[in-house]
Structures are given as C-alpha cells and as structure tokens.
Design a protein around this ligand. Structure first.
Ligand code: NOJ
Length: 751
C-alpha cells in the first residue's frame, strides 16, 4: 500500500507536464519504473488454481504460479471470486511484489454472478434495452461486491447456426439488434464510472467470427468473406468500441486462414487502428498456444511472437508470454514498443477501475453479504425473465390458464428441476437454486396440480466439464404420465434441454428435443390434446411436429433464478408475454444455417414444385418461426403504412408511419419492427434488414401511430469500395410484427 501511495505522490509531482492526462502521466511513470519481466508479468493471466473453465497446462508452469505471483509476474487472475479469496491474492500482488501493482480479477459473469438472469439469448428476445442494461447492472453489482473487476461479457458474436451451443450466450442472428444489445450490456456492466463499486469492466468477445464455426461445431474454422465479416459480424464489435468497452477477447477460430489470436489485421489494423480502441485485448483461454495445433505457429515461442506482434495484449492461460517474451524481446523478434503498448493498455484499465487508488476497494465483506443474492436483485431478474418469454402458439386461446377448478397435469423432468434454468455459464449461481416450474405453478392455489416426470432428460449432477448424455431409452414412466394426462383438463409439458446441454463445447447435429421427450410428447397427445408445451432450452430447436399439433407453445429458455415464477405468471396471464425471437427456428436441422436477412439468389423460390429454383425437395424454405416472431394474449393489427416522401437525397430523412391497433381483449406490448430492403447494389443485398423497432403498449381497442425516421446512416453498408456508404437506388420499407412482414412502401435515394 505504501508503494502505491508513493507512486501516487510521484505522479502528482510529475503533473506539471501538461498535455498528458493524469492517467497517462501515472501510467507512463509506472511503466518507466518497470523491468522487462515486470512488464511481461502484466500481460500474463492465470486461472485461480481452482475452477478452471478450460484445459490447464500441465507441469512446471502450473507449479510456478504462486512464485510468479510473488515476483510480479502475474497481471490478472481469472476464476478467483469472493472477497476473501480476492483479498488474499491481491495482498500478495500489492504487498509482496517490488512495485505493488494490483491484479485485475476476471470472471465469466455472463448472465449473473449469483442471482441469475435469463441466458443472453433469452434476454435478447425481450427487445427491451433498458431491462437488458438493468440485468447487466445487477450482475455487475453482485460481481463487484464479490471482489471482481472484470467480466468476460458481453459475447457479441452473431450466429446463424443453432447447432452451435454458444448461441445461448449471444443476442441472436441480427447485427443491428446485436449492436444495440451489446451497447446496453456494456452500459449495464460499466455504468458511467468504472471506478464505482457497482461497476466492472466489460469485454466484447470473441473477436472475430467465432459464431460462424463451420457446421456449428465449436472451435471450428470460420470461413466468411470480407463482406460478411464487415456487414454482419463486425457491427456489434464496433458498437462495443463506441460504447467505451474496456477490453476485447479474441477468438479460437481462424479468420481468412489465420487464427484470430494471431491476426494483426483484426487486432491492430481494425480494432486498435481504424476503430481507435484504447483498451486491451485478452486472448481466449490458451488460444495463443492453440496456434500450434492450428498449424500456424511452429512452437510456443513462435506463438508468443505472433500473438504479441498481432496485438493480443494479455495471455490467458497459455503461459507463453511469461515464459517466452523476454527472450523474444532480447533477440529483437518483438519490439519493446509492442510490450510497452500492451502494458500501458492494461495499466490504463486498472487505473480506470480505481485499483491504484485503493486495490482493496472491491473487497468489502459487508457489502458482499448485503448485495449478493439480495431480494432487490431477485426482483430484477424476475422482471427480465418475464420479458424474455416468447409465446409461439396459442390456438383457441388455451392460454392463459384458468385460475380455478382445473386439474392440471405437469409433465417433464425439467418441470420439477431447480437447476437447468440457471443455464450454462452460471457464474456462482448456486446449484438447484432456481424456482422450478412446479414451484411457480404450485403457488397458484385455485387448481389441482399433479406432477409426473414422464421421462429423464439427464441423470445425476451435471457440470461445465461433463457432456450430458441424451441417449436414454427408459420409458417406464410413460404410462403414469399418460394416465395423469388423461384425467386432467390441461397438460403442461415442460420439455427441452438441461442447462449444460447448451453452451461452450455443446454443439449438436440434431435439434430435436433431446432423448425421448419428443416421443413422450406424441404419446401424451394421444390421450389429451389440450397441451401447453413450455420449452426450457438454450437454442432454437426443431419443434415442427409440435407446431403442427400442439395448441399452445411457450418458449421459456433457461430463464435464471426466478424461472418458475416468471413462467407461472405468464401461463396464468398475470403477465402478458411480449418477447420476439432473435434467432430463426428451423423446420429441421438440414435448413441450418438459416436466417431472415438472406440473399435472394438468381433463382428465388416461391414453391417447392418449381424444381430448378433454390428450394428443398422435402421441406419449404421458410422456417417454423421467423426472426422477430412472437405472440401476445391480445392481438395487434397493422394498418396505414405511409411514408413522408418517395424520393430523398442523402441529406434528407423519410418518416415511415404505421397504425398499430390492439384488437384483442388484453392490455399488451408489441415490438413494432422496421425492415429495409436495398433492391440493387454494388454487392448483392439481403432481402430485408432490421433497421429500427419500438416497443408499444396498448389497452384493448387502443391505436397508436408509430413513426420511424429513416436517414442515410440506416442505408449504409460495407460496399464493394470497402467503405460504409449508401448507394443511390430503390429501397423498400417494411413495418410489421416480425421479419416475415409483407406490407411495404418504396422510395428512391437520389444521387
Ligand atoms: C473460453 C471461452 O471461449 C471464453 O468465452 C471464456 O471467457 C474463457 N474460456 C474464460 O473462461
């Protein structure tokens, strides 16, 4: 501590050199006192000796960690949580190393620290940016109270492939919505002042193209062209820089045949060059060393050289910077300016967090006890959980359920499960702590609720490192479930995925309900057709059969700590659902990748019968549920689409308006969506692109005119000139309740 004070005093003294900021003066001064090894130490991040979230390097380096910590050879730790543990390690860094530079403590606070929000894909379905920001703030408040400074979130990877398990961690398939959500989450984590005790540094990941893993297999090659990279993948990353995100994480995959971790184009030219990002880049877990199996680095030293020169500032768990960089600098393979730049960036974020002012400022046991898991936080995650639910089908108004005199059969292992809804990437979410659907429904006392499992989706305990087997063939509970269903008025079936059946390393080639759940659903349907199917899952599933046969379907995702209460309130109509899908639901896995903003092709198809058009022989091209889709207990009518002008120049705006009417019987919210089609360009253009949305709440019978302002910025894209620009020509404007909207108006952008 004394060392830090000394540094602070010396920095004040040097303050006379004016045009640098206080932060720059402080960081430069500290840097000037550091040895090469101490600088390299700042670029080294170790896992906290427990709770790994990736494969650990074996042998000598693991044993040496404690020694490295004492010698100032560690700049950051991940997976160390809780004030007592953070304080213990911070004490070593601050009080036992020569310069006393504090560590920055990182953790995957993806959708909550201990009080768990819905998985990010679910939250994105709320389209409610305020609620999403609030949810990130709850997570940050708890994490910061538990001693943490930095989360590896938000994951802003766009993905069009539900086979990829990590879609649960993102905001879906659309770059426009994904950018707004990235900003909201960063604001939620970082607030306006990173040094406040309820904010933490955010990390935009995985830079870049990780969500485009071929065939949805995690860590696989991503083969995208430059235009997909800039028009689809990059916008949420750019938005993250604009939102002031403190850090970036690179990714495991290759981009243009080069591992992203070794890509100077991505990290130096684009991120730190063109976009002016002044935070730091952390590698993904071991991704520096993984350039060797990629066949891009011949050994560890080569990998460290490539990564450092390419702009990866901090090495997460490869131990290659700490072991190889000194020699690389001495031999001239890595310039000292590369090291200095990386260290300045890292020290800069520590400065912003206020760690130099007080390295223990996030270490307050009393605050930790008061904040983590508080009632206030539980209420906040219940709110976002309700907003994340998407009503997919509601024939004959089977929902909301009647509150009295009904016998309700509740079927499915996931209905009586307090664990799955916490999802993957659950931070320090406590196992079996979520409110189950059974508990949620059971708190409504007017009906008779009979629970029966029906079938297993998983056995025993599950965790981050175990694959959850989905190949059971035990039908012994089928008959009991059928007899309960037969004698009930309504059957609520809760089916889907266990929490660890999605997430990192959980790619699937089959998107059906895992195990025997589909078979059970069909069996129950034979005895009682009054089924409400509640899906508990982390990705779009193939529910084509259910869509054709089951009268009511509710997409309830992995909703977090308050899942059961949120689901019960929706099923009983105490909350009218308003969520809209942010990923397309395919008819079957063969349609994947499937997304709404596709290109027309030279042979667009309207009918399967037209053989030489771009169509399948076995299913229609269209999905079961398109992007932007979701129902309400009320109904909404769209009418009178008008535009203020049919021609504009690049300086002018168009106002597009529509009348929205609540034509049903409930008060409800609707996400009104604006799509634009650029009919002709220097590159082939998507059929539709989301360019705006507004959430509108209306009483039954009420109408509102919703206006969107379309300016030149909404017409720009990364063109053949490799620039963001609009191109004169014809455009269509669509406004509706999902991406399948047909009603449009035309306008022309003049030269
Ligand atoms: C690997 C994952 O890809 C990344 O998202 C995560 O932040 C790190 N492991 C640390 O757990």
């Amino acid at each position: 501590m004394r060392k830090i004070l000394f540094l602070l005093i010396s920095f004040t003294f040097i303050f006379s050199c004016v045009d640098k900021s206080e932060k720059e003066i402080f960081v430069d001064d500290l840097l000037s006192k550091m040895t090469l090894d101490e600088k390299i130490g700042q670029m080294n991040q170790y896992n906290g000796f427990w709770d790994a979230t990736g494969p650990l390097p074996e042998g000598e380096w693991q044993k040496n960690r404690y020694r490295h910590l004492k010698n100032g050879l560690v700049g950051s730790m991940l997976n160390v949580t809780g004030v007592d543990k953070v304080r213990a390690l911070q004490k070593i860094a601050v009080e036992e190393t020569r310069l006393g530079i504090p560590l920055i403590f990182a953790f995957d606070v993806i959708h909550g620290y201990q009080t768990i929000s819905p998985i990010p894909l679910a939250e994105s379905a709320s389209w409610d940016l305020e609620a999403i920001e609030k949810s990130a703030r709850v997570a940050a408040t708890e994490a910061a109270a538990a001693g943490l400074n930095w989360t590896f979130a938000p994951m802003v990877d766009i993905s069009r492939d539900a086979r990829w398990g990590r879609v649960m961690e993102g905001a879906g398939e659309d770059p426009f919505l994904g950018s707004l959500i990235a900003k909201a989450r960063i604001k939620g984590f970082q607030g306006d002042d990173l040094s406040a005790v309820n904010t933490i540094a955010a990390c935009a990941k995985h830079f870049a193209s990780y969500g485009f893993a071929e065939a949805g297999r995690d860590y696989n090659t991503a083969d995208t062209n430059e235009y997909t990279l800039f028009n689809t993948i990059m916008p949420p990353f750019k938005a993250s820089v604009d939102a002031g995100v403190s850090t970036f994480m690179n990714s495991f995959n290759t981009v243009d045949e080069i591992p992203a971790t070794g890509s100077s184009f991505l990290q130096r030219d684009i991120l730190k060059g063109e976009w002016g990002f002044n935070g730091f880049v952390v590698s993904d877990w071991g991704s520096i060393g993984e350039m060797i199996p990629h066949g891009y680095a011949k050994d560890g030293a080569h990998a460290a050289e490539i990564a450092a020169n390419a702009g990866s500032d901090m090495d997460m768990e490869s131990s290659l910077y700490v072991s190889k960089l000194n020699e690389l600098v001495t031999s001239g393979k890595v310039e000292i300016s590369v090291i200095d730049d990386a260290v300045k960036r890292i020290l800069g974020v520590k400065y912003d967090l206020g760690l130099f002012e007080d390295p223990y400022k996030y270490c307050n046991e009393e605050r930790e006890r008061a904040v983590v898991g508080s009632k206030e936080n539980q209420d906040a995650v219940l709110d976002i959980a309700k907003k994340s639910i998407v009503l997919l089908k509601n024939q004959n108004q089977l929902l909301p359920l009647k509150k009295k005199n009904q016998t309700i059969a509740l079927i499915g292992q996931l209905a009586n499960d307090k664990n799955s809804s916490i999802g993957n990437w659950r931070g320090r979410g406590i196992s079996n702590s979520a409110v189950s659907v059974f508990e949620g429904l059971n708190s409504y006392k007017g009906n008779k609720l009979i629970y029966t499992k029906g079938v297993d989706v998983y056995y025993g305990d599950t965790n981050f490192f175990t694959r959850v087997d989905i190949n059971y063939d035990d039908r012994s509970e089928f008959n009991r479930a059928k007899s309960v269903a037969k004698s009930s008025d309504v059957v609520v079936m809760v089916l889907g995925e266990e929490g660890y059946q999605t997430g990192e390393g959980r790619s699937r080639t089959n998107l059906l309900l895992p195990g025997l759940q589909q078979e059970l659903l069909e069996e129950i349907y034979k005895v009682n057709k009054n089924i409400v199917l509640v899906l508990v899952n982390g990705r779009p599933l193939n529910i084509s059969w259910a869509d054709e046969n089951i009268p009511a379907i509710v997409e309830a995702w992995h909703l977090g700590s308050q899942a059961g209460n949120a689901i019960a309130q929706v099923l009983y109509g105490d909350y009218n659902p308003s969520g809209k899908l942010t990923m397309t639901f395919p008819r079957n896995v063969g349609q994947v990748p499937i997304y709404y903003n596709y290109k027309n092709t030279g042979r667009p198809s309207k009918s399967q019968k037209a053989v030489t058009t771009s169509a399948y022989s076995d299913v229609e091209n269209s999905p079961v549920y398109p992007f932007g889709y979701g129902l309400s207990y009320t109904s909404f009518d769209y009418s009178d689409l008008t535009i203020s002008s049919e021609t504009i120049n690049s300086e002018e705006n168009i106002i597009a308006s529509i009348t929205l009417t609540n034509s049903g019987e409930y008060k409800g919210k609707e996400v009104v969506q604006l799509y634009i089609r650029d009919l002709f360009g220097s590159l082939s253009r998507p059929l539709k692109e989301l360019k705006g949305f507004e959430m509108v709440e209306l009483e039954p019978g009420e109408s509102k005119i919703v206006n969107f302002t379309i300016d030149n910025s909404l017409l720009k894209y990364y063109t053949v000139n490799k620039k963001w620009e609009s191109e004169p020509g014809d455009f269509n404007i669509y406004i509706g309740g999902n991406s399948d909207v047909e009603m449009f108006k035309k306008f022309k952008l003049m030269d």
